[in-house]
Design a protein around this ligand. Structure first.
Ligand SMILES: [Mg+2]
Length: 333
């Protein structure tokens, strides 16, 4: 621990410094306010003993300037004062002092005050460590809260946030926003036959394969729930979305994961529903309509025999201010 003694009276400084050294501390002496300020900047002491009355810059001014220099840290300052003048003491605390010692300084009192300051410094350091641990834990929590525990890809919560964000972004730039909803075909039968552990493994492989199939940095594949996945494809028109859906279907089939009880194929397959919209401005209430359109398309893909991609039919109606409840959206696929 480094202690800076700013004191113009050499005899007093010498005595205090030798006591500090005896306590096992490193004592630094500055003979004036200016020298003290300069040494503070250079040495960054852990504690400052600061005389009030000095020629040139006095102790109050030194303390004021030190406080102005400090941002995150707080170096304790103990003022040394010749007499216990109440107004001096009041001012000493106001300019940023933490405590005071009346001169001539007693060794016992000096020791006691230094122990107290040390204790506070230790507490402050441990608080700082706890704070940084908490911040780290918070960042990790935030990351985890967006991730699906089983597959490690984005979860439903992340889906909701991303869809809202991309909806707004695409509405501002009048660009199409596509949504894919995908289901592993007859997954319940897969679980019944191979067990839940294999079922989990299957979902993990499917999730990562779907993720690998998307190309653009803003595309997002999420686990929507159970064996259902959803992909958000911003700035992608219906044709592009259909192509991505088909690429996903082909890749999942190409994994050749056995699915003996499936009536669709001998391997795991997916069905995909596609919907696309150019979101009108201020029309976020229309998000469920987009999801429903993709869900309906998925339903039709299943009805048609599964292991295929279907686009939503007709027009997605999006209600929005000034849109007379129609907000006609192009959606001819
Ligand atoms: Mg003095």
């Amino acid at each position: 621990m480094k202690v800076l003694v700013v004191e113009d009276t050499v005899t007093s400084a010498t005595v205090v410094c030798s006591w500090l050294t005896n306590m096992g501390l490193t004592a630094l002496h500055a003979g004036s306010g200016e020298a003290g300020l300069e040494m503070f900047g250079r040495e960054r002491p852990d504690l400052i003993l600061l005389d009030i009355i000095m020629p040139g810059m006095d102790g109050f001014e030194v303390a004021r300037r030190i406080r102005a220099l400090e941002k995150e840290v707080w170096t304790p300052i103990i003022f040394l004062t010749a007499r216990a003048d109440e107004n001096d003491l009041k001012r000493a605390i106001e300019v940023g002092g933490d405590d005071y010692l009346i001169k001539p300084v007693s060794e016992v009192v000096l020791k006691a005050k230094i122990s107290a300051m040390r204790r506070m410094a230790q507490m402050r350091d441990s608080l700082r460590r706890v704070k940084s641990k908490l911040e780290k834990a918070n960042r990790e929590l935030q990351r985890l809260s967006a991730i699906d525990g089983l597959t490690g890809i984005a979860n439903r919560r992340c889906f909701d946030e991303t869809l809202l964000r991309e909806w707004r972004r695409c509405s501002r730039s009048e660009l199409p926003l596509s949504l894919l909803v995908l289901d592993v075909d007859l997954f319940k039968l897969f679980n019944d036959h191979y067990g839940h552990q294999m079922g989990d493994e299957c979902l993990k492989i499917v999730a990562h394969t779907l993720e690998e199939t998307t190309q653009r940095p803003n595309d997002l594949v999420t686990r929507y729930g159970g064996e259902e996945f959803a992909a958000i494809l911003p700035e992608t028109d219906a044709e592009g979305a259909l192509a991505v859906g088909e690429a996903m279907r082909v890749r999942i089939e190409g994994l050749r994961i056995d699915h003996a009880w499936s009536s669709v194929a001998q391997v795991v397959t997916i069905s995909v529903g596609v919907a696309c919209v150019i979101p009108p401005r201020d029309s976020e209430a229309g998000i469920p309509a987009l999801i429903k359109a993709a869900d309906d398309a998925l339903y039709r893909a299943k009805e048609a025999g599964r292991n295929q991609v279907k686009a939503s039919e007709g027009v997605i109606r999006v209600a929005g201010p000034g849109l007379a409840n129609i907000g006609a959206l192009q959606l001819r696929l």
